[in-house]
Ligand binder design. Structure first.
Ligand code: AMP
Length: 656
């Protein structure tokens, strides 16, 4: 008899975007390690996750993706991009979009929009579905290559406002590409699914209102969704045919602007740069076509740099061996683009007003960020202000829709395999969350089975003198050593004022909200420097996996405790030895011979033991290590007294 799971084919999730498309998978292979089954994008042979939704037609096979996009300016009439704007629409409907397209659009059967490209001596007329099919085929091949099995089924996303004709056109595109579109999912719904929203079976959550803010390269969309409690689990578990997680979401309203995006931000920076060039080198230089395209690229680079840095330098070579050098500050950029950001917020307000008619006063419980332009700090800040909550940014905003489509596909595969819903969907945290400490041990901040929402904080410090940055590794699991836990993410707290090891006070806070999204922040108390990261801890985690992790931790409990203790002893000994050796160098002469010899003996013993423990933690006894460390503590008391007396004396001298 064939095992049910081996008969199931992979179903991938596809974000068929206006400018870029991506393919992702989740819960595949159907059984096995959670980390390996977490939602992930399937890149192309060159390792690129995003495939530009661009197709260039010619005599032979069309060219798809990066190459077609790169040479678009060279072949404006045969390079077809943004074809999503034409999908399932009549020529009249699409009229507003035509000025933005470089190729010719004509009326086909039933007045539908068709693309006409010159090929050889004649012309070729293709439907938007056919153009999209080339992109889908490229993604299908990419997915098959990465998974090592033929891919024939997909969940494909569309904007929430797509009508039936547009959805049908998307299905047809799939069919032409040899893909069965097993489900069409709204993009905002997919984004919510990528955060695990709507997957929490039997949870006591009330109906939730979720806003999806999608600010991409060329378009802005906002959707207000209602996650219907109760159905969330039942719908996904589905007795009624191929019901799926996405069924738990209702679209209450949408608003947006089909021509507002990152390109407009670039345009503003470009205008400023062109003005600077005109002022410095003359109007005619600013008008040279080569200069304009260089300025456009520089504008986008500067914008992207300012999402991380406070300021950036723009260097532009100009004709005649001259160059323009300007520094652009984040504040300056923010002032320039504020009106654009406010326009998106106006759309949000409109969508909220429309949704309010169907709401009984519920407030927004989560805002999900989608699209590359949501990396702009001003955008995040203003969205947080308008909605009164920190938006979800943990999942890469370029990938979140594809990953969510993959989550939906994963649920369908699980059902087909008869595995039921084995994702972990509880109101409690299934596994503990913590941080890696010096020496590789884990400091748990939130323990397993804590009810969500929950939060916890702890103070940490530096381990090296003058250390100005700390790397924080966020871990999940029950074991005592970081290497045995799942690494959820890392981030750096930089800009700590240089101080001796152990002096800076860094408060690290873990907060898990009702949806299970974890926010970790670290604040150095003296300077106020802050860094934060957001993580979705339960991605791809199955009930079996949680059980396995639990069993492992029981099995290794005793050994793990010892190992953790020794790791802490090594780290603390290093700090102590460092301090003592430094003080000894300065004050050894002031110590009585007996105390000095005793101290030096204790230093040697502890150093040797720590070195042996570093080599092989099993070669030392934790109790003995502890005792030797304590005897060094005692032996160093006299040195402490001398050091304090000396420092007081030097202070007094300084005071006089
Ligand atoms: P999308 O259509 O979602 O792929 O979004 C692409 C847009 O996001 C383009 O306008 C990019 O310039 C913009 N973008 C990508 N990364 C960043 C970043 N780090 N900061 C600001 N904008 C970005």
């Amino acid at each position: 008899m064939q095992n049910a799971t081996t008969a199931v084919e992979p179903i991938v999730g596809i974000d068929l975007g206006t400018t870029n498309s991506l393919v992702a998978v989740a819960m595949w292979p159907l059984t096995g390690d959670a980390a390996a089954r977490a939602p992930r994008v399937l890149p192309d042979d060159a390792g690129l996750a995003m495939c530009p939704s661009v197709v260039r037609f010619g005599e032979g096979e069309p060219v798809v993706g990066v190459e077609a996009k790169q040479r678009a300016a060279e072949f404006p009439l045969t390079t077809v991009g943004s074809v999503k704007r034409l999908m399932g629409r009549s020529l009249a409907d699409a009229a507003g979009d035509l000025p933005y397209l470089s190729y010719k659009v004509v009326a086909g059967p039933a007045a539908t929009a068709r693309v006409e490209v010159p090929v050889g001596d004649g012309v070729k007329v293709v439907s938007p579905q056919e153009v999209s099919a080339y992109v889908l085929r490229a993604l299908r091949e990419q997915a098959s290559a990465r998974l090592g099995v033929p891919v024939r089924k997909a969940v494909v996303t569309v904007p929430a406002y797509f009508d039936d004709a547009q959805r049908q056109a998307t299905r047809d595109a799939g069919r032409i590409a040899g893909l069965e579109v097993v489900r069409i999912v709204n993009e905002p719904t997919a984004a919510a699914l990528a955060y695990g929203l709507g997957l929490r079976a039997g949870s006591g959550l009330r109906d939730q209102v979720i806003v999806v803010y999608d600010f991409g390269g060329g378009t802005f969309d906002v959707s207000v969704l209602r996650l219907v409690a109760g159905e969330a689990g039942g719908g996904a578990g589905g007795e009624a045919g191929p019901a799926a997680a996405a069924d738990a979401f209702q679209v209450l309203s949408t608003a947006g602007d089909t021509h507002l995006g990152g390109d407009d931000v670039d345009h503003l920076v470009m205008q400023w740069l062109l003005g600077e060039i005109a002022a410095e080198a003359g109007q005619e230089i600013a008008a040279v076509p080569g200069v304009r395209s260089a300025v456009q690229a520089a504008a986008e680079r500067a914008k992207i740099a300012l999402s991380d840095a406070e300021s950036t330098e723009v260097v532009l070579p100009l004709p005649g061996g001259r160059r323009l050098v300007r520094v652009l500050g984040r504040g300056q950029l923010e002032a320039m683009i504020m009106p654009l950001v406010e326009r998106t917020l106006e759309c949000c307000k409109r969508a909220m007003r429309d949704a309010a008619k169907q709401l009984a006063g519920e407030s927004v419980s989560a805002v999900v960020m989608v699209g590359g332009s949501t990396r702009i700090p001003l955008v995040r800040r203003r969205v947080a202000e308008v909605f009164g909550c920190e938006p979800y940014t943990a999942v890469d905003p370029d990938q979140v829709v594809a990953l969510g489509a993959a989550v939906q596909a994963g649920v369908l595969m699980q059902q087909q395999a008869g595995l039921g819903r084995s994702a972990v969907l509880l109101d409690v945290l299934p596994l503990s969350l913590g941080l890696e400490t010096v020496g590789g041990a884990v400091a748990k901040l939130i323990f397993r089975n804590s009810a969500t929402p929950c939060r916890a904080s702890e103070m940490f410090s530096t381990s090296v003198d003058g250390q100005t940055s700390i790397k924080l590794s966020v871990l999940q699991g029950e074991r005592e050593m970081a290497a045995d836990c799942r690494l959820l993410g890392t981030f750096h707290l930089r800009g700590i004022p240089p101080m001796p090891a152990g002096i800076p006070q860094v408060r690290v806070e873990f907060a898990v909200d009702a949806n299970g999204v974890l926010s970790v922040s670290a604040v150095e108390q003296r300077s106020g420097k802050r860094a934060a990261v957001q993580i979705v801890p339960n991605h791809g985690l199955s009930a079996e996996e949680v059980e396995r992790i639990e069993l492992e931790s029981f099995k290794h409990a005793r050994e793990d405790m010892t190992r953790h203790r020794i790791a802490d002893l090594i780290a603390n000994s290093a700090l102590d030895l460092h301090w003592i050796n430094r003080q000894l160098k300065q004050h050894a002469a002031k110590l009585e011979t007996a105390s000095r010899e005793q101290l030096e003996g204790a230093v040697t013993r502890l150093s040797e033991l720590a070195a042996a423990a570093r080599q092989d933690w099993r070669s030392v006894s934790a109790d003995e290590f502890h005792k030797v460390k304590e005897s060094l503590d005692r032996a160093s008391m006299r040195l402490h007294e001398v050091a304090i007396a000396e420092s007081l004396r030097s202070q007094n001298i300084g005071d006089r």
